[in-house]
Design a protein around this ligand. Structure first.
Ligand code: SAM
Length: 177
């Protein structure tokens, strides 16, 4: 199982980016996302609307304390990966991380508490420049799954019902299951 922990959500500033962390995770192989910071029912609602229309079993929820969530996941032998521009380079660490099947992937917000760097099993940089939570997640998943996340037959694994895109040279084709 693969979960995202998104830290320090701010209702006014992060509405889209937190939603996009969840949608990117969902599209590229995560099983769920927990967000901390300000409680925001709209994030849960908009991600659940997408799941309702497009299918899948992605879980989205809020937690007021990331400490409790991380303790619980560590007890269950999850490997904690924190994405930060200050960490070890992704390409150096990914062969080891790929061997772990249960992961929590943490992305921060404006400020990341120093305890996160300590609690993480791996602090990983996706390039050595500041960019975005969404980009960091997408590139991390791409390397973790070696690109297979792009062609996975979603409907057989998770998508029992929902919309399915049939790729077209031009125009749009959708099947509703
Ligand atoms: N100072 C932050 C850092 O440590 O990466 C950049 C803040 S950025 C607005 C918010 C989040 O995006 C970070 O907490 C991190 O999870 C992710 N992020 C941004 N740039 C990254 C990079 N080069 N490598 C890995 N993660 C990055």
């Amino acid at each position: 199982m693969l979960y995202i922990l998104r830290l320090n959500h701010r209702i006014k500033r992060d509405k889209r980016i937190t939603t996009h962390c969840a949608l990117t995770g969902r599209a590229f192989g995560a099983d769920g996302m927990i967000f901390t910071g300000e409680k925001d029912d709209n994030i849960v609602k908009s991600v659940e609307d997408i799941i309702k229309r497009w299918g899948g079993e992605f879980k989205i929820s809020y937690s007021s304390r990331w400490q409790n969530f991380l303790t619980k996941m560590k007890e269950q032998n999850y490997t904690i990966v924190h994405l930060t521009m200050y960490g070890i380079q992704l390409l150096e660490a990914i062969p080891k991380i790929r061997r772990k099947k249960n992961l929590v992937v943490i992305v921060g917000g404006e400020k990341v508490p120093s305890e996160i760097y300590e609690k993480a099993d791996y602090n990983i940089s996706v390039g050595l420049q500041p960019h975005s939570e969404v980009a960091a997640l997408a590139v991390f998943f791409h390397e973790y799954f070696k690109g297979k996340e792009l062609t996975r037959e979603f409907d057989e694994i998770k998508f029992k019902k929902g919309l399915k895109i049939v790729p077209q040279k031009k125009g749009k084709k959708l099947i509703k299951k």
